[in-house]
Unconditional design. Structure first.
Length: 222
C-alpha cells in the first residue's frame, strides 16, 4: 500500500491495522476512531472484510461510526454487494450501528435469506433496526421464511430479530406453527414463548417447543 506523506501517528495507525497481532490491530482501530480522519475509511472497510477476530471487527465498526455517514455509507453499501461473505456481514453490521434508515432498500430479501449464516444474521439485525415504520409486519413475514434454519445460535439470532419487532409477529408465528416442517413449528413456538417470557431463555423455550410440537399442540391450543 502506498502511503502519502502523513504524520507519524497516522502512518503508525495505518500500519497497525495490517499487523499480524490482533491486539495491535485493536489498538490501531481504537486510535483511528478516537481521531477520525476520512483518509482511514477505505482501510477500515477493507480490514472489516478480512478481519478474523470478532472484538477487532467490533472496534473497526466503532471507528467507522465515528466518521461522517455521508462518506462511509456509500462505501458500505458497495460492500453489501461484495462476493465475500465477511465483507457483506460486517458492512450490514456497521450500517445497523450507523442507523441511517435511507439505506433500507439495500436490505434485500436475498440478503435476509443469504446462504451464509453470518451474513443472514447480520441482515436480520440490520433489518429490524432500519425497517421503516409500518413495514414491520411485512418484514416479519419475510423473516419467518427463515424459521427452522441452522443451529441454535442462528435460530436464536432470528428469534431475537423477530421479537425486536414486537407483537406484530404473532400472526406470522401462528401461521408458522402449522408448517409441515417440525423444525419450523418448533422454532415458531419457541419464539412465541420468548416473546411472552423473555426471561425464560432460548434453550428452555426450544425444549418446551419440542414437547409441544411432539404432542401436536400449538400455543393457541394451550
Amino acid at each position: 500500500m502506498t502511503i502519502p506523506k502523513q504524520d507519524t501517528t497516522t502512518i503508525r495507525a495505518l500500519q497497525g491495522l495490517e499487523s499480524s497481532s490482533s491486539s495491535i490491530r485493536l489498538q490501531a482501530a481504537l486510535a483511528v476512531g478516537t481521531t477520525p480522519d476520512p483518509q482511514f475509511i477505505d482501510t477500515l472497510i477493507d480490514r472489516c472484510a478480512i478481519e478474523p477476530e470478532f472484538y477487532v471487527r467490533e472496534m473497526l465498526t466503532w471507528a467507522l461510526t465515528r466518521h461522517s455517514a455521508s462518506m462511509t455509507v456509500p462505501k458500505l453499501l458497495d460492500e453489501v454487494r461484495s462476493e465475500r461473505a465477511r465483507a457483506r456481514s460486517q458492512a450490514l453490521h456497521t450500517l445497523s450501528k450507523i442507523g441511517d434508515r435511507q439505506v433500507w432498500p439495500a436490505i434485500t430479501r436475498a440478503l435476509l435469506a443469504d446462504a451464509e449464516d453470518e451474513v443472514a444474521r447480520s441482515a436480520w439485525r440490520a433489518a429490524v433496526v432500519l425497517v421503516p415504520e409500518g413495514e414491520e409486519p411485512e418484514l416479519a413475514a419475510v423473516l419467518s421464511t427463515q424459521l427452522g434454519r441452522g443451529e441454535r445460535e442462528t435460530q436464536l439470532s432470528l428469534s431475537r430479530a423477530l421479537i425486536a419487532l414486537g407483537e406484530v409477529i404473532l400472526p406470522t408465528l401462528r401461521a408458522a406453527m402449522k408448517d409441515l416442517d417440525p423444525r419450523v413449528r418448533q422454532h415458531a413456538v419457541a419464539t412465541e414463548r420468548l416473546l411472552r417470557n423473555p426471561d425464560a431463555g432460548f434453550e428452555f423455550a426450544i425444549d418446551e417447543a419440542k414437547r409441544i410440537v411432539a404432542l401436536g399442540r400449538t400455543s393457541q391450543e394451550g
